[in-house]
Design a protein around this ligand. Structure first.
Ligand SMILES: [Zn+2]
Length: 469
């Protein structure tokens, strides 16, 4: 065997699980790919990008597919270069519209930090690489591809389908598109419920497809500041009173504290169904934790210790994230402060958490103030007709279980939930829990996972907009 032949053989063996032999794409897959590529190649970061540019490119796809110009709008805060795309796919109007949501802004990505150009879609070894491939330009491109495909087929939904591709979810933009739309153009996005691409992923582990999650609730973000002030003085004459020591002692008590476990309808169902996918102690602990009527405390303890994710499902969490103090190397500190970021279980009042922190800190010299107040994100009452369609499409295409989940992070869904519009996080693209690169270096998704996701969302949108009640 020649050296070259050997190399080819070895590189063949090294091809990861995802690698596909090149194939001719169907017209639908090709369009979904072209939209995705164009979108990834437009920089939409807060620092140097523009979601207006992305909105324009995506609007062109919808117009080309036959949506009337009056139903495709690019709007946003006056003077901003970060506008949103809102499109309305008209149905027979029998029922209240469904809102299809994805954000098109992305987290910053520096070329020197990446192996590849983050703003060029690269297909390599069975993956699509680029900033936003996973969070969440895949979902935005898939929604545009879905509407284009439906239009081409002459499909008439039983209600309007509203597409909102928005700015500001990642926080780098000058405003949040969903919040702005609710305040200024609520009529444009008024819907019975929302399908959000930015949450609720189908999940795989090392390439094996396990279950599809549906985000039905999310925890609520709130941030506090702990602060100690002190007259200070010369560091050659230390006093017992020291702002840094005082704060450090308080932080020690916060670190040792754990909020009580409180399960809700969603987390209970989650653990019950997860139990069926596990074995041994883990399976029995999950079943016991998710049992109706409270859950077994020993099981909850073990699960909380096994994984930060399980722990965060059970309880409100608070954690120190920033620390500051002192003003000179040779001076006693006049102040010391720490940021405490909390993620509250839905339905928890902010005051309850602040009171708990005050009790735990147990020191009146430590002041506790709110830095970022909570925006409530109430749990939606489950609509069985939506969950049933998700179950049906999932069974038909993937034959895996559906898990309702409470997201531990926050999404734009919170503004809509807070405005009384239920939100279902249902993305189409499988995420490998051992390879999550959202916000990170060399962000990627599987190529086949992208095309499968486009098919899934197409079928789901059709299913929820053609059923009779
Ligand atoms: Zn996102």
């Amino acid at each position: 065997m020649t050296a070259r032949g050997l190399m080819i053989l070895l590189s063949g063996l090294a091809i990861p699980l995802h690698a596909q032999t090149p194939r001719t794409l169907s017209a639908n897959d090709q369009r979904a790919r072209d939209i995705f590529e164009q979108l990834i190649n437009i920089n939409t970061t807060g620092s140097s990008g523009s979601t207006t540019a992305a909105s324009q490119a995506l609007a062109d796809w919808l117009l080309k597919a036959g949506l009337p110009p009056a139903d495709v709008q690019i709007i946003g805060l006056a003077g901003s270069t970060n506008h949103n795309l809102i499109a309305r796919y008209r149905g027979t109007g029998g029922q209240k519209p469904i809102l299809l949501l994805a954000h098109i802004d992305v987290v910053e990505a520096r070329r020197e930090d990446w192996s590849l150009d983050p703003f060029t879609l690269t297909e390599k070894d069975g993956f699509f690489y680029g900033r936003g491939t996973l969070d969440v330009k895949d979902g935005a491109a898939i929604l545009v591809a879905t509407l284009a495909r439906l239009k081409q087929e002459g499909y008439r939904p039983n209600r309007d389908l509203i597409l909102a591709l928005t700015t500001g979810e990642e926080g780098g933009s000058d405003y949040n598109g969903v919040e702005w739309l609710l305040e200024n153009h609520r009529d444009l996005i008024e819907a019975e419920y929302v399908i959000n691409m930015d949450a609720g992923d189908p999940v795989m582990v090392n390439g094996k497809r396990l279950f599809r999650s549906v985000q039905a609730a999310e925890k609520v973000y709130v941030t506090f500041k702990l602060e100690v002030h002190n007259p200070g003085g010369h560091s050659s004459l230390p006093t017992k009173e020291n702002a840094i020591y005082r704060l450090a002692a308080a932080l020690g008590r916060v670190s040792a504290y754990e909020f009580p476990a409180r399960l809700n309808e969603i987390t209970r169902t989650f653990f019950q169904r997860m139990a069926l996918l596990q074995q041994g102690q883990l399976a029995s602990d999950m079943a016991a934790a998710g049992a109706p009527g409270g859950g077994d405390t020993a099981a909850i303890r073990r699960l909380s210790d096994v994984s930060p994710l399980y722990n965060a499902q059970f309880r409100t969490t608070c954690v120190a994230t920033e620390l500051a103090g002192g003003h000179a190397e040779n001076a006693l500190p006049q102040s010391a402060s720490a940021t405490i970021n909390c993620r509250m279980l839905p339905g928890t009042p902010q005051a309850e958490v602040q009171e708990a922190l005050t009790r735990v800190v147990a020191d009146t010299a430590v002041s506790i103030s709110v830095v970022t107040p909570a925006i409530p994100s109430p749990m939606a009452a489950h609509k069985p007709e939506v969950m049933n369609q998700i179950e049906r499409v999932t069974k038909r295409l993937w034959n895996i279980p559906v898990m309702p989940v409470m997201e531990t992070g926050a999404t734009d869904g919170l503004y809509l939930r807070n405005a009384g519009i239920p939100v279902y996080g249902v993305s189409g693209v499988f995420v490998d829990i051992n390879d999550v690169r959202a916000h990170g270096k060399d962000e990627r998704i599987g190529v086949q996972d992208y095309y499968d996701g486009a098919e899934y969302i197409y079928q789901l949108v059709k299913a929820v907009s053609s059923t009779q009640r």
